[in-house]
Ligand binder design. Structure first.
Ligand SMILES: [Zn+2]
Length: 76
C-alpha cells in the first residue's frame, strides 16, 4: 500500500536532518516497519505525526535517545 503523505515527510527529513532509521510497531495493525528519524539533541524528545506504511492509519511516533515508539492517536 502506498501512503503518499509519508513520501513527502521523508523528503523533508533528507533535507533537514541526518538520516537515522528506527523500527516501530504500528498500534493499529501491529506490523513493524522502519521510519526515518530526526537527529536529536541531548535529552531531546521529538513527536512525529506518521501514517502506517502497511495500513495507512495515523499514529504519533515519539523519538527519544532510547529509540522510537508509536502511539495510537485514539489513545490520546
Ligand atoms: Zn498499520
Amino acid at each position: 500500500m502506498n501512503c503518499g503523505r509519508n513520501l513527502i515527510d521523508l523528503s523533508l527529513f533528507v533535507n533537514h536532518f541526518m538520516m537515522n532509521t528506527g523500527e516501530i510497531q504500528c498500534p493499529t495493525c501491529f506490523e513493524w516497519f522502519e521510519i526515518a528519524l530526526p537527529e536529536l539533541g541531548r535529552g531531546e524528545i521529538v513527536e512525529l505525526d506518521y501514517d502506517c506504511e502497511i495500513c495507512c492509519r495515523p499514529m504519533l511516533v515519539i523519538v527519544d535517545e532510547s529509540g522510537a515508539r508509536a502511539q495510537s492517536l485514539s489513545d490520546l
